[in-house]
Design a protein around this ligand. Sequence first.
Ligand code: DSN
Length: 420
Amino acid sequence: MTHQPPLNALAAADPQIAGLVEAEAQRQHDKIRLIASENYVSQAVLEAAGTVLTNKYSEGYAGKRYYEGQQLIDQVETLAIERAKALFGADHANVQPYSGSPANLAAYLAFAEPGDKVLGMGLPDGGHLTHGWGVSATGKWFEPVRYGVRKDTGRLDLDQVRDLAREHRPKLIFCGGTAIPRTIDFAAFGEIAREVGAVLVADIAHIAGLVAGGAHPTPVGHAQVVTTTTHKTLRGPRGAMILTDAEHAKAIDRAIFPGLQGGPHDHTTAAIAVALAEARRPEFRDYAHAIVANAKALAEALIERGYDLVSGGTDNHLLLIDLTNKGVAGKPAAQALDRAGIELNYNAVPFDPRKPFDPSGIRVGTPAITTRGLTPEHQPKIAEWIDRSVVAAGDDAAQDVIAAEIRELLSAFPMPGYTA
Ligand code: DSN
């Protein structure tokens, strides 16, 4: 069992860290990874992320840097930008944000002043911390107004969004989030934002790969600013990008540098460029549609077993499950599942009476198992394992039996970055 590329120098220099990385590779190999925001990157992406580009400082942008020696870095960053623009059909791309939170902060810095109103989805309804949630700087330094889902449908209430936008006239409107199982109507958000003169920011971190692969409508043309991480369904390294129309490009670039960040992580930029090239291949379109097919099949199998899915199902890569009717909270269920070889996260559900650190639900996603090659045929078995594990929460011996069955299945599905 070996990490790929092999960790020879690391093992010689620091066997403790090398051992932990090897063990993590095996852990990722042996588990059904259902964390909706995670994936397995290709070995090419791994190699690009682990290069001498990590040695370079390159504050600024191509052709206008603050350090010398940028002849090759400029080319790497320009390739990443051009590939991002081509993949998403955007006028402009900034590939420097360190991750999703600074990407979203850039929208605030570019288009709002402290104290301004911003409209975003509440965290328990599926939004992100940086869409104005109270514990985030974005909720402390701006005046957040929140929309959510309807109690009867579990779906976004666009009438509420429109009413709140008309009443509060926010500077920014955020759409997208971290636990939204349904298609986001970017056109409707675009209309609302135009009506009230707000900048619409579409945070497509979760669904960027689906958008790139044609399995979810694009926000480009509706949102002036599109932020995304690069490591979820897009299947790149840990990082982020911002796409904009021509009018909003300069302000976003200035907000990222010098507004928020110093030197970009050039090794990450190279790996983003590689992932973007991969996402332009026809196989990636198949991958994006396969993620959704797997999620729908898993949803169906879980509903058959009596699981209560927020909104009644899924249109994308993600399922949000309220476990109240199963008599177990999200956290102990997630812990039992982890022991059983099924990795996911506990999650608040809309109108959750429980606390965020001990909520009622779990969140499930299919990007990683789709990369491993699992198909809709496997989903009834995965639903059975989930059910057995949830029912047996607290019974470690029962979970260990499931974990062995899962290792057996996964041994037939290779993992990029690891040789079994
Ligand atoms: N932590 C990410 C997720 O899991 O959805 C969002 O930032």
